[in-house]
Design a protein around this ligand. Structure first.
Ligand code: UD1
Length: 369
């Protein structure tokens, strides 16, 4: 038996691990474990995704919750170490770039457990993003690096990673999107929010660089208030952003805007349907840049850079920073019909998990002969 421990912790991890677990089930020689750190714990940030994606209940739930980076990372490491010593896995699979990814990989590396990093090699070259630190460290200590786009290989090679460790597998997040795209149509989210297909924009916002400073967040809110004069906006609010909006007295402004619908965080299927039918998406998320590219829905990214350059090079994404004038101009351009649908990146074909598990099985079997 090959024992594989799979780690999830935060919202964007769930859709990445789902197709991998499913593919592992197809191989009787694999014994797969799922460990949830509890970095995200609200039903709407976690359980809803387990339900929507048919994820199995985790074998172990660490329940670490929120905290400063040191506290959160440290707590996960302390809780996870004895569990891994007990399970003695042959391999750990980590996905993405959240604090749970980093903490789990550090523990495994010190215990001599092989690590596979899915979504490796992405770089924003912006050290102010906590995720950039997580990405670089996790890649450095991983044994098998699965990349979603070719640029990632150049980043890794520049950092001295052996080419033999890198596998261009495609994008597991897009495996999940393609699998559920039709099913998402059953969601009634458009009716519930009284929206008509193609005639609204979706807004998401949660990066510390956009929401932690009152002045920055205030200006983004002002831009949204101008855009809503031209098109209806839907804004599912992340818990971090919600706290900041309330603290800075900005939530009221949004609630009274008239043409902006504020909602709680949405489930996977609801959000997929909302995005699929949107005229455009205005976001600072990493994953949504990829999902909109796969759906060929115009995406405007309120960041100075992206670690996912394929989405703007060939996809539907445009990186614009966060100045309110630019946000307004870019939204108006899309509203006036200047849309960029883009093309689908190579290997984003729904088969990434199959490729990854095949490579891992080969590697694990090599080890035992
Ligand atoms: C984390 C990831 C980020 C990812 C995002 C997706 C890191 C460093 N960041 O950011 O890469 O894009 O998840 O959502 O790992 N909170 C709740 N309920 C929850 C979870 C969080 O209320 O279930 C609130 C807490 O106040 C918490 C804050 O949100 O302090 C931030 O949560 P945290 O997990 O630290 O970071 P995210 O901003 O969610």
């Amino acid at each position: 038996m090959i024992k594989i421990v799979n780690i999830v912790g935060a919202r964007p991890n769930f859709m990445k691990i789902a197709p991998l677990l499913e593919e592992m089930k197809n191989h009787s020689e694999i014994e797969a474990f799922l460990i949830h750190t509890g970095q995200h714990y609200d039903d709407k940030m976690s359980q809803t995704f387990f339900d929507d994606l048919g994820l199995p209940k985790p074998n172990i739930y660490l329940g670490v919750g929120s905290g400063n980076h040191g506290v959160q990372t440290g707590k996960i490491m302390m809780e996870l170490e004895p569990i891994l010593q007990e399970i003695k896995p042959d391999l750990m699979v980590v996905v993405g770039d959240v604090n749970s990814t980093l903490a789990a990989a550090l523990v495994a590396a010190k215990l001599g457990i092989k690590i596979a990093h899915v979504e490796a090699g992405l770089r924003s070259y912006d050290w102010e993003m906590p995720e950039e630190i997580n990405r670089v460290v996790v890649d450095r200590i991983s044994d098998y690096l699965f990349i979603t786009e070719k640029e990632a290989q150049d980043n890794l090679i520049k950092e001295g990673v052996d080419k033999e460790k890198i596998f261009f597998s495609g994008n597991v997040m897009i495996d999940t999107l393609l699998k559920h795209k039709e099913r998402a149509e059953d969601s009634h989210i458009l009716e519930e929010l009284s929206l008509s297909s193609g005639r609204y924009g979706v807004v998401t916002l949660h990066r510390p660089s956009n929401v932690e400073d009152e002045n920055v967040l205030g200006k983004i809110v002002d831009a949204l208030l101008k855009v809503q004069d031209h098109i209806q906006l839907v804004f599912p609010v992340h818990p971090r952003t919600n706290k900041q909006l309330e603290q800075f007295g900005l939530k009221e402004k949004l609630l009274q805007s008239g043409n902006i619908k504020i909602t709680e965080p949405l489930g996977y299927l609801e959000f997929l349907k909302l995005t699929k039918h949107a005229g455009f998406v205005l976001t600072d998320s990493g994953g949504i840049q990829e999902e909109t590219t796969a759906l060929q829905v115009p995406c405007i990214t309120m960041r100075e850079n992206t670690e996912r350059p394929v989405t703007s090079r060939i996809g539907s994404n445009k990186i614009i920073g966060n100045s309110p004038e630019r946000i307004y101009e870019e939204c108006l351009e899309v509203i006036s019909g200047k849309v960029r649908k883009g093309m689908i990146p190579e290997q984003w074909d729904g088969k990434a998990a199959q490729r990854i598990v095949k490579v891992l099985l080969g590697k694990m079997q090599e080890k035992t002969v």
